[in-house]
Design a protein around this ligand. Structure first.
Ligand code: NAD
Length: 261
């Protein structure tokens, strides 16, 4: 058993936390299905580097996680290439920062579709194969915003609180099948997703970008440092191990103390 020889599908793994998790699981010997957007040659470079460096199979699906039909094609690709998905990491996500009365309706719809409904579709399609093998791991990359709120992030906070509920519900349904379902709740990690929201947050709050990093982002974290991608990736890997078989239905903060406030 263990992670070696298993197949891990990581949504949104062309960048940031997802790429870190895919790399960590490849290091542990899992075949990988990469997913996410990016320039074709850059994605192919990541795919071939991962395969060569870790001697595992690596496939890529460009499925848009807001489109259920494309998610079904991605799961079919994993079945065809590797005989199914053993480890599902729901990581793809986007952010938009705006006051509720100005929040663009299309951004609300996109955030709910990608950050919440996408995980419903991947999970409902991957669980039957996990049940047949009597082994499976679902790791949902939620956020500290699955536990607490911040102003101007209504869609993101709603989606992430929703992921916490989905995690607990599915964990109960599959607990007797050797499948665990958990959510990881990172605090701020300096990835493109966070870098892009700094100017918008500065505008929404009427402060400078430096003040956003100091007084908004890192002010939330008692450690006063960003969470590192590899810290999240190693936690995800542990949840996929056999030693984590009794950890299920949890919503686990890795947030430098943010939600202890
Ligand atoms: P990122 O922007 O670096 O990466 C996001 C990934 O998702 C990319 O690979 C992108 O191509 C992909 N993606 C976006 N929309 C997609 C779509 N429609 N279909 C398929 N793929 C899509 O962001 P990140 O910071 O690494 O975020 C990853 C996850 O971690 C998100 O769910 C985010 O909410 C969560 N998270 C991030 C932080 C943080 O501080 N960075 C904190 C807590 C939680």
């Amino acid at each position: 058993m263990g992670i070696s020889g298993k197949t891990a599908l990581v949504t949104g793994s062309t960048s940031g936390i997802g790429l870190g998790i895919a790399t960590e699981l490849a290091t542990a010997g899992a075949n990988i299905v990469l997913n996410g957007f990016g320039e074709a040659s850059a994605v192919e470079q990541v795919r071939s580097d991962l395969a060569r460096q870790h001697n595992v199979g690596v496939a890529y699906s460009n499925a848009d996680i807001s489109k259920p039909a494309q998610i079904a094609e991605m799961i079919a690709l994993a079945d065809k290439e590797f005989g199914g998905v053993d480890i599902l990491v729901n990581n793809a996500g986007i952010q938009h920062v705006a006051p509720i009365e100005e929040f663009p309706v299309d951004k609300w719809d996109a955030i709910i579709a990608i950050n919440l409904s996408g995980a419903f579709h991947t999970t409902r399609l991957a669980v039957p194969g996990m049940k047949r093998k009597r082994w499976g791991r679902v790791v949902n990359i939620a956020s500290a915003h699955a536990l607490v709120a911040s102003p101007f992030k209504s869609a993101y906070v709603a989606a992430k609180h929703g992921i916490a509920g989905l995690t607990k519900t599915v964990a109960l349904e599959v607990a007797e099948h050797g499948i665990t379902v958990n959510a990881i709740c990172p605090g701020y990690v300096l990835t493109p997703l966070v870098e892009k929201q700094i100017p918008d947050t500065a505008k929404a709050r009427g402060i400078s970008e430096e003040a956003v990093v100091r007084d908004v982002l890192l002010a939330a974290q008692p450690t006063k440092r960003f969470v590192a991608v590899d810290e999240v990736a190693v936690l995800a890997k542990f949840l996929c191990s056999d030693q984590a078989a009794s950890i299920t239905g949890t919503v686990l903060p890795i947030d430098g103390g943010w939600t202890a406030h």
